[in-house]
Design a protein around this ligand. Sequence first.
Ligand code: SF4
Length: 144
Amino acid sequence: MEDEQLILKNRYNTCNEKIKRFIDIQIPVTTCNLRCKYCYITQLSLFSAEVPELPYSGEYLRKALSKKRLGGTCFINICGDGETLLPLKIVEYIQALLEEGHYVGVVTNATTTQRFRDISNFPSHLFSKLFFKFSYHYIELKNM
Ligand code: SF4
């Protein structure tokens, strides 16, 4: 019972935290594993593009976007030009920003199973500030 009260209290405190800024991170990945008809990735046939090697570590990103530098807790949205979760380092970035105490939103087509497995191994206290926005064409869902 005491544990449950502590969990509820932490959740309440988390929800009432003031968000200082909204930060939009654009990941320069211009390829995708789906082929949604309405998407510019499909229409411009960008699928041959390589998945980029992202230059910075999670720790570097955490320091660059620290709460101290930004003036407090922020809401950070992470979105690729193509499928956000294709570059390997994205998982590291998400974890680093959550560990810094920010809220993190990730736009994804939700089909990169290994990335979700990796994310599910994060310490459980990080999940309350993480959410996903699933985005893809319904026909692609039916084609899977
Ligand atoms: S999943 Fe997203 S990025 Fe990929 S083709 Fe569909 S709309 Fe474009």
